[in-house]
Design a protein. Sequence first.
Length: 205
Amino acid sequence: MDFSSKLLERAVNEMSQLPGIGKRTALRLVLHLLRQPMEQTKALSEALQFMRNDVKFCKSCNNISDVELCEICSNPNRNEEIICVVEDIRDVMAIENTSSYKGLYHVLGGKISPMDGIGPHELNIEPLVNKVKEGKVKELIFALSSTMEGDTTNFYIYKQIQDYNVYTSTIARGISVGDELEYADEITLGRSIVNRVPFESSLKL
């Protein structure tokens, strides 16, 4: 792809590094920005800069937040005895949209994937195990995607906490095996949370 401007080429190259954005799509987005008022481009640039510099991770659940303790963890109406274990913030948003869950979350930041060089120590697993050891958690809901990596991560955490007095469940398999949680429709996902099953039962499937 030939560019008449090095500045344009640099912008396209940077934009094309975003997930799902190829060079042609990046060029279309950059040209769109060029046609917009300078104020709009400046507002976008500032929003990204402020987000990158000021965004925090909740000290309790590792969810993305503007403050040290996210709105979910600081909400006194949430059930602190139930923790839903998810991969990332997109899964928190998907489950929250169902309005079917009133407990807390724990964001792992990924799934165990030896092929990608991601082991248990690269994830936010140890703080979760420590929460269980403290004895305040009565139930863990495994809500990772129904993939080999998701199941491996579920099983690893289960082995770490099986000697403690905590009930483990997993979302019902209304979510198709191999599907990513964020792409499930809200009704199916909501029913999967409500109709969760004991984790031990899922090991026999």
